[in-house]
Design a protein around this ligand. Sequence first.
Ligand SMILES: [Zn+2]
Length: 346
Amino acid sequence: MRALTISTTGSLDAVEYRTDVTAPLITGPGQVRLRLRAAALNHLNLWTIRGLPGAVITPKWVLGSDGTGVIEEVSDDVTGVRPGDRVVINPGLSCRQCAYCRAGEHPLCVKFRVLGEQVPGTFTEEVVLPAANVRAIPSSVSDADAGAFGLAQLTAWRMLVSRAKVQAGDEVLIWGIGGGVAQAALLIAKARGARVWVTSGSDEKLQRARALGADELINHAGIDVGREVRERTGKRGVSVVVDSVGTATWEQSLGALGRAGRLVTCGGTSGHVLQMDVRRLFWNQWTIMGSTMGSDAEFDAVVAELVAGRLSVPVDSVYPLERGRDALAHLQGGTHFGKIVLQIGE
Ligand SMILES: [Zn+2]
């Protein structure tokens, strides 16, 4: 099979397009084999290439977490999907036996794994997955929307809906509106009736975010976003901050957060170590929460939003699989607005 792979971790130079990767086979009950048509890129792919602590890759390691394609084959016991179905993938794999899984909290699974990170991924022609990790989508969902769908929407849904419980009356600040998670968060927060503040270092991206429904725009280049938010809100601040940038934005995020505010994070693209004065935490009665991936129920919810046409994250660009390294460089460069997608098959 054709595939985008790494055989060692490091820079993007480690990324290899190959044509000699062995096709996977169904090996037991509860599995599906699907032929991939498109797959969206995520920052997670860049972390995998750089090397994640504890993650062991075996050459030729297939990258990629997201994907959409057509079911080719299912195990005898699979009833939810059948050959010929168009599907989207939930890239989080859980054991379905531990206490967290039994409680429906799959991303807390003690054996949680992610496609492309701890198991071979989707930037290839075929993949075998648990049937629980795919959902059929109707023909009304466009190829572009299906191709841009995955981790970003699922992650944003859990952050905003399940964790921060965003609702009408909330003021939500979202950092870095060029990325897919941030854009999905914007769409979800608006659909729930919140007012949404977005930041970017690019005025052009801010104007495009306005077209997606953003209420307040902040060009974060060279300013203190916390101070800016306090000025625009008469010192009140926002009720929710969505921060996946980490070290570079943390202090400003806290500066923007009003009393009893909730800060939710799903990553730290600029750095992982944060500092905090505990007096501010208790005096302001803040809630700081982490979030990652999503459960089966959250995946169902986010697929329903996709089918309803309420979660169309823009597609920045589409690259053929063989130009995957260029696509990853584009993601790393940060000039994109929306999802960067690899076209794999017809
Ligand atoms: Zn589990």
